[in-house]
Write a protein that binds this ligand. Structure first.
Ligand code: GLN
Length: 542
């Protein structure tokens, strides 16, 4: 019998429901249960694919090519599993399905309504995940904040699931905020109100997780318990932290794993999550530190590159190093005025993925700086394309080389639209998406990193290296160390006579996990540390 856990949020958005859900999943997996996770987003977009990453954070890509909410990335990292197309759905996708069925005549003349047709579609999807993955527990996180209009059909659907599968097989976890004034006084009223709101909709939370900056005292716990009908023992806290990987450990200490499994009748003894504990230890006690510049389109204050930041951290842990990130707005970077200033004290440069022309010249400038000063460079997707453009312009004598995404009239379109892409007009879910095999060339940085001849990596792009220019670029010294099995697509380009300058057409960051750092990130950070050491020594000599 599959059990169902539902995670809702109260008071404010961005309260950490995603990490909470991922952490709870980790606790259950560590007890030996099979767990699957799904994120529901109550917006009308069909998926996250065409949403602005500055507003909404990164678009995470699953191995089977779903463009999902960034929380799916958190789930994959914490649970150490690969999720799929089913792992994220939106109001838009539910309505799309219901309307398609209506047009097909599937409803046999009925009036199609929010209840039961939309709610049935939602329930069906959640049940389907349990059935298809044959897991013990399905955890469903509902995006948004309780009280939002757009959440209603989802809340109603999960209420009905509890009726259908039985309350003993369901657990409602509510994550809410306890606000503390500067004088130290904590306030629980917003939390009480958000629980009331849930209760009005027919849901009694079993477990309350209070996000807080201060330890919650007994009086607050008692008040919430009495007024909201949750036992004091079931009120836990999620203290603000800058180390998200520590959160599952904090939850375990408070007994969350025990409470949840007891409530669901899934008693099994917890084992020590030794590997995770060791990883957090390393994270908190680094032997080295270095600084990497990320030259991108969206910089500070956004989750636009969350998987990149996490993968850098994993690469750091693999090298016992803490990596500080300096965000550089690509548009600000112009070669002549300020480049040295921007890269002062930097040990490595990373150019992440992106779309459109904004900032691209700055990214190309960063690649040039890296190639010429021999500072390690890692290009991800657009970052790989910038590496190639820069090399074409400045090492292969192709003046004004460019990507046709940026300059349709360039004399050297070294990056061009893939053939299959030329006739596509729709923007949603039409890119080269999901994982593809790539064959590695021996005696290259890429092969050194992976130590295997064939890899599978995740893609999300429309443009590719233009094969017409492959011979010219190779003659000028660029190495195509990874290609598709039929050799028709270049997947990795690297500069051989450079300490570490590698660009991948795919997004390696999506597969990096805390307990399995991605090999390219691991080697990039190793090169960053080597560069730093060399420079320190040079500095000392001078
Ligand atoms: N805009 C580029 C393309 O579509 C790169 C995409 C990316 O970096 N994900 O090919």
């Amino acid at each position: 019998m599959t059990k169902y856990i539902f995670v809702t949020g109260g008071v404010i958005s961005g309260i950490g429901k995603g990490i909470t859900t991922a952490s709870l999943g980790r606790l259950l997996i560590n007890r030996g249960f099979r767990v699957n996770v799904v994120k529901i987003d109550p917006y009308l977009n069909v998926d996250a694919g065409v949403m602005n990453p500055f507003q909404h954070g990164e678009v995470f890509v699953t191995h089977d090519g779903a463009e999902t909410d960034l929380d799916v990335g958190n789930y994959e990292r914490f649970l150490g599993v690969d999720l799929n197309q089913q792992s994220n759905f939106t109001t838009g996708s539910v309505y799309h399905e219901v309307i398609t069925k209506e047009r097909r005549g599937d409803y046999l003349g009925q009036t199609v309504q929010l209840i039961p047709h939309v709610t049935d579609e939602i329930k069906q999807r959640i049940y389907q995940i349990g059935r298809d993955s044959a897991v013990d527990v399905v955890i469903t996180e509902i995006g948004g904040t309780v009280g939002d209009f757009e959440m209603f059909p989802f809340i109603e659907a999960i209420r009905q699931i509890a009726v259908e599968v039985g309350r003993e097989n369901t657990l409602f976890l509510h994550v809410s905020l306890i606000y503390t004034f500067p004088n130290g006084e904590s306030k629980s009223k917003p939390t009480q109100h958000s629980i009331r709101k849930l209760q009005e909709l027919g849901i009694q939370p079993d477990l309350l997780l209070c996000r807080t900056s201060h330890t919650i005292d007994e009086s607050i716990r008692r008040k919430i318990s009495l007024l909201c009908g949750i036992s004091e023992a079931s009120i836990l806290e999620s203290m603000d932290t800058n180390c998200v990987d520590e959160i599952p450990l904090n939850f375990e200490v408070q007994g969350m794993g025990h409470l949840v499994s007891k409530k669901l009748g899934l008693m099994r003894r917890a084992t020590l999550d030794a590997e995770w504990i060791a990883m957090v230890e390393k994270l908190k006690n680094p032997k080295h530190s270095a600084k990497i510049a990320i030259v991108g389109k969206y910089t500070t204050g956004s989750d636009a590159y969350i998987s990149v930041v996490e993968a850098i951290k994993h690469g750091g842990v693999a090298n016992e190093a803490q990596i500080e990130i300096e965000w550089i707005e690509a548009e600000m970077l112009t070669e002549h005025d300020n480049i040295d200033e921007f890269f002062e004290g930097i040990d490595g440069i990373l150019v992440p993925g992106g779309f459109g022309y904004r900032g691209i010249e700055g990214m190309i400038t960063a690649a040039k700086f890296a190639r010429e000063t021999r500072i390690p460079y890692f290009g991800l997707c657009l970052g790989m394309q910038c590496l190639v453009i820069e090399f074409a312009r400045n090492a292969a004598n192709m003046q004004n080389a460019n990507s046709t995404e940026v300059d349709e009239k360039t004399p050297y379109p070294v990056i061009d639209l893939m053939f299959e892409q030329r006739s596509i007009a729709d923007k949603g879910a039409t890119m080269r998406l999901g994982h593809y095999p790539c064959v590695l060339k021996e005696n290259t940085k890429s092969y050194d990193a992976y130590q295997q001849p064939i890899i599978l990596e995740r893609h999300r792009h429309r443009y590719e290296l233009n094969n017409d220019f492959r011979p010219q670029l190779e003659d000028a010294g660029l190495c195509f160390s990874g290609v598709s099995p039929d050799e028709s697509l270049v997947e990795i380009a690297e500069v051989p006579n450079h300490p570490w300058m590698v660009g991948s057409q795919f997004h390696p960051e999506f597969q990096s996990k805390p307990l399995a750092p991605h090999p390219l990130f691991k080697d990039f950070i190793a090169a960053v540390l080597a560069y730093q050491q060399e420079h320190n020594e040079l500095g000392e000599e001078a």
